[in-house]
Design a protein around this ligand. Structure first.
Ligand code: GLN
Length: 484
């Protein structure tokens, strides 16, 4: 990707340049479109990208700027969108054949809020079908490659979003995180990925996978960009009954005002279950050690803590997530979603989509979910999982009594090669360090921490904070990254 003018350029830098008149919004979008046209044949991050639509929006932004009516300092900046977050008049397939031709009649709240500030939705990004997976290999359409090594996966399920940012196809992207799908691909591709507190960002217009776990979040080059996007997309939304009635905004200011500060006075906890006997690859373990040393250098007090129920997190997650998915996906019966297929009527759509059903992983999850919810097994699996979820949540509450943040690896290994994890159970186990956060509802971020000495691939560091403490989380993450 070297040689591309906007390679690795954060959106806040682009905003400054646009505001200085260094180039127009149309020139900016054109440059990104050209870059995608030249390089995405290798990466395959996009399922769809309508260049005309983007350029039209960019020209409108230029006109607003010329008239002194810019929607915000970010007016005219393109943002990639994961294909399960709807945007008006654009397809939303969730990388499933079943929804291949579905066009959304409305904007998700996150996209509507981006548009209100002038951001331009930039294409539809590949993902694991219905966000189920950790490698993007479950997409019904294409396998996205990791821009850092094309033989490796970008992670999942927001692999298209992570690859889009890492390849500088757009300055930033939105992803969704149910069990790690923002943080894990961010780590695999060497970018920043933020999973906000559950309820911080509206899920209205996010196609539901597991409703009690799903959150939309930003995937960016740096922490300030993540804060900027969180400012824009967060805040209460009456269209989502689980949206928290808390004030939005202030995150970018928190990061900016704190620039140059240290971690002095912070207590950072290392949950022992995430380190000892956790099966960390040597390269990941080394990067973790370096970052722990860094935390100390930056003035933090590093202490040992315990999250004793961590060992149940994978099992609990795969019961609760599949149960919720089986209920959520019941609506995709080939009739209800398809009515807006352009140029086709309902009956035609039904016959068109009927043969193109769910992929294997989605079927596996629906079967598992239906099983754990069935009478006779409900108490033994689902109810018990809910009880253990409470214990996992309490573990975090207990840990946060003694420290401000937790520091952990994001994944035990770096990005693997295509086909390397063909056993679904192996794939599930690779989520071990990310899913407890979703079960607890707290917020977390993955930032680039260094590279693996064996493969040269990026290694992510995960920072976790209590619910609604994104400002603290982002400030600390920014501090880490500036020194890296
Ligand atoms: N890898 C996890 C799963 O397959 C998480 C997915 C996600 O966060 N959407 O369910």
């Amino acid at each position: 990707m070297a040689g591309f003018k906007f390679a690795d350029r954060p959106l806040h830098v682009i905003a400054d340049e646009l505001n200085d008149g260094a180039y127009s919004c149309a020139e900016l979008s054109e440059a990104f479109l050209d870059h995608v046209a030249a390089e995405d044949g290798k990466v395959r991050a996009f399922l769809k990208l309508d260049g005309e639509r983007v350029l039209e929006a960019a020209r409108a932004a230029d006109a607003r700027r010329a008239a002194g009516q810019a929607l915000s300092e970010f007016d005219g900046i393109p943002i990639g969108i994961k294909d399960c977050i709807v945007a008006k008049d654009e397809t939303c397939s969730c990388a499933s054949k079943l929804l291949e031709h579905v066009v959304s009649p409305y904007d998700s709240t996150a996209v509507a809020r981006l548009k209100a500030r002038g951001f331009i939705p930039f294409g539809r990004l590949n993902m694991d079908e219905f966000a189920m997976g950790s490698s993007c290999e479950n997409s019904a359409f294409q396998k996205t490659a990791n821009p850092r090594d094309l033989a490796r996966v970008p992670g999942g399920s927001s692999g298209g979003s992570a690859a889009c940012v890492a390849a500088s196809f757009a300055p930033a992207a939105l992803g969704s995180d149910t069990g790690g799908s923002i943080r894990q691909p961010a780590a695999f591709c060497g970018i920043v990925g933020l999973k906000p507190t559950y309820g911080r960002v509206s899920r209205h217009g996010l196609v539901a996978f597991a409703s009690s776990l799903d959150q939309i979040g930003p995937m960016t080059h740096d922490v300030l960009d993540a804060a900027i996007l969180l400012d824009v997309i967060s805040g209460h939304d009456p269209m989502d009954s689980t949206s928290l009635p808390v004030a939005a905004g202030g995150f970018a200011d928190a990061v900016r005002n704190d620039a140059g500060s240290s971690l002095r006075g912070m207590r950072i906890g290392l949950p022992k279950e995430y380190f000892t006997g956790a099966g960390l690859a040597p390269g990941v373990a080394r990067v973790m050690e370096e970052n722990i040393a860094r935390a100390r250098e930056l003035g933090a007090e590093v202490i040992d803590v315990s999250l004793p129920h961590t060992k149940y997190a994978v099992a609990v997650y795969y019961i609760i997530a599949t149960a919720e998915a089986s209920a959520n996906l019941a609506r995709f019966d080939g009739i209800r979603y398809g009515a807006r297929v352009e140029g086709r009527d309902l009956v035609d759509t039904y016959f068109k989509t009927r043969g193109a059903g769910f992929g294997d992983e989605v079927k596996r999850r629906i079967l598992l979910g239906t099983y754990v919810l069935s009478s006779g097994y409900y108490d033994a699996y689902y109810l018990r999982a809910q009880k253990v979820r409470t214990l996992i949540r309490r573990d975090f509450e207990e840990a946060f009594r003694t420290c401000d943040l937790l520091l952990t690896p994001v994944t035990p290994n770096v990005a693997f090669k295509f086909g390397e994890k063909s056993d679904p159970l192996q794939m599930y186990l690779s989520d071990i360090f990310t899913i407890a956060l979703n079960l607890s509802g707290n917020c977390g971020i993955s930032i680039p921490g260094g590279s693996d000495f064996e493969t040269g691939m990026p290694v992510g560091v995960q920072l976790l904070a209590p619910a609604l403490e994104e400002a603290r989380l982002l400030r600390a993450a920014d501090c880490f990254m500036r020194g890296n």
